[in-house]
Design a protein around this ligand. Structure first.
Ligand SMILES: Nc1nc2c(ncn2[C@@H]2O[C@H](COP(=O)(O)OP(=O)(O)O)[C@@H](O)[C@H]2O)c(=O)[nH]1
Ligand SMILES: [Mg+2]
Length: 303
C-alpha cells in the first residue's frame, strides 16, 4: 500500500476499520478509506477493491436485516428524554456530541446513523437523556422512540426543512424545540430572513452552530426548561446544600418534597427552612403547604 502514497487519514481509517466491532462501524470506516484513498493510476486497483468490499458489506447488512432481526435498540426511558430528528447531514450527531458525553459518528457525506445513539446531558446535576435518531426519511427511523419522547429537537439547516420534517412527527406527543443548526453557513441577509420567518411561527427555536458552539449554553438551558422540572436542593443544619438536586414537578409544595424524602415519616418534621427563590429571606421558616421554586434549598429539622 505504501507505493500508492496513501495519507495519514487513510491510515487512520484503515486501522479503525480493522478494529471495528460491528458491521455499521466497518461500513463507516470503509467509506472513510474510500474517501481518502489516493486518486491516481497506481491506486486504481486498490480503490476498486475497496468499493467492492463496501458493496459486499452493505449486502451482508441488508441480508441480516431482512431475516427479520430488528436492529432497533431497546431504549429504557430513565427520566427526561429528548430526541434529535432531522435529515441526514443536518448535524444531529454533531449536536449530540457537543451536548453530551456521547461519540456519535459524524460524516459529511452519505453516512447515516442507522441505530439510535444515546447520550446523557448533565444540567446542574440533572441527567437528561438525548437520543440521536436516524434521519426521518431513512428506513431505520424509529417513529416509536420519537413518538414517546418528552422533547423533540427538530434539527433544521434552513426554514424550508421544517415543513419537510413535520409529516414525520405527526404522532409525537413531546414538546418541540427547533434547532437551527449550521447557521454559520448563512450570510447575514439569509440568516436575518430565516430568523424573521422562524419568529413568525411562534414556535420555540434557537439559532445554533456546532462549529463555533454558538448558543451552546442557551441551548442546554432551553432543553432543560422544556421539561418543566424543578431542582430542589436539601441541606442539613449548619452544612452546605446537597451536591445533586432532587427533581420535582412544578408547583410542588414542601410536603411533596418531604414525602419524597421521608416516605410516610414526614410527620416527624418539626421545622422547615428555605433558602433561595421561594423564600422571602434566607432561612425563612415555612409550613408544609409552602410552594417551592426551582433551585430552592430546603432544610428539614426532625425531632
Ligand atoms: N458548518 C457547519 N458544519 C456542521 C455543523 N454541524 C455539523 N456540521 C457538519 O455537517 C456534517 C454532517 O454532520 P452530522 O452530525 O454527521 O449530521 P447528521 O447526519 O445529521 O448526524 C459533518 O461534516 C459536520 O462536521 C455546523 O453547525 N456548521
Ligand atoms: Mg448522524
Amino acid at each position: 500500500m505504501a507505493s500508492t502514497n496513501a495519507g495519514p487519514e487513510y491510515g487512520k481509517a484503515q486501522s479503525n476499520y480493522l478494529a471495528a466491532k460491528d458491521i455499521d462501524e466497518k461500513i463507516f470506516w470503509l467509506q472513510e478509506m474510500i474517501k481518502f484513498c489516493p486518486r491516481h493510476k497506481s491506486s486504481e486497483k486498490m480503490l476498486a477493491e475497496l468499493k467492492t468490499r463496501l458493496i459486499k458489506l452493505r449486502d451482508k447488512k441488508e441480508k441480516s436485516r431482512s431475516v427479520g432481526k430488528s436492529t432497533a435498540k431497546v431504549i429504557r426511558k430513565e427520566g427526561p428524554q429528548a430526541v434529535l430528528v432531522g435529515f441526514t447531514n443536518s448535524g444531529k450527531s454533531s449536536i449530540l456530541n457537543v451536548l453530551t458525553n456521547a461519540q456519535s459518528p459524524v460524516a459529511d457525506y452519505g453516512f447515516t446513523t442507522i441505530e439510535p445513539v444515546i447520550g446523557t446531558m448533565d444540567y446542574d446535576g440533572v441527567k437528561i437523556q438525548i437520543i440521536d435518531l436516524p434521519a426521518v426519511n431513512h428506513e431505520s427511523f424509529d417513529k416509536s422512540i420519537a413518538n414517546s419522547a418528552d422533547l423533540i429537537l427538530i434539527v433544521i439547516n434552513s426554514y424550508d426543512d421544517l415543513s419537510k420534517i413535520s409529516p414525520y412527527l405527526e404522532r409525537t406527543i413531546g414538546r418541540r424545540l427547533i434547532v437551527w443548526n449550521k447557521s454559520d453557513l448563512m450570510d447575514y441577509d439569509a440568516a436575518r430572513k430565516t430568523e424573521a420567518k422562524l419568529m413568525m411561527l411562534r414556535q420555540d427555536f434557537i439559532r445554533f452552530s456546532c462549529v463555533n458552539a454558538l448558543n451552546l449554553n442557551e441551548l442546554k438551558k432551553k432543553i432543560f426548561e422544556k421539561f418543566d422540572i424543578m431542582r430542589i436542593y436539601t441541606k442539613e443544619p449548619h452544612k452546605e446544600r446537597s451536591e445533586t438536586p432532587i427533581i420535582m414537578k412544578p408547583n410542588s409544595a414542601v410536603e411533596d418534597l418531604a414525602e419524597k424524602i421521608y416516605h410516610g415519616m414526614s410527620k416527624n418534621i418539626k421545622e422547615t427552612r428555605i433558602w433561595g427563590p421561594s423564600s422571602k429571606f434566607s432561612g425563612q421558616g415555612v409550613g408544609l403547604k409552602h410552594q417551592l421554586k426551582d433551585l430552592d434549598v430546603v432544610e428539614f429539622r426532625t425531632k
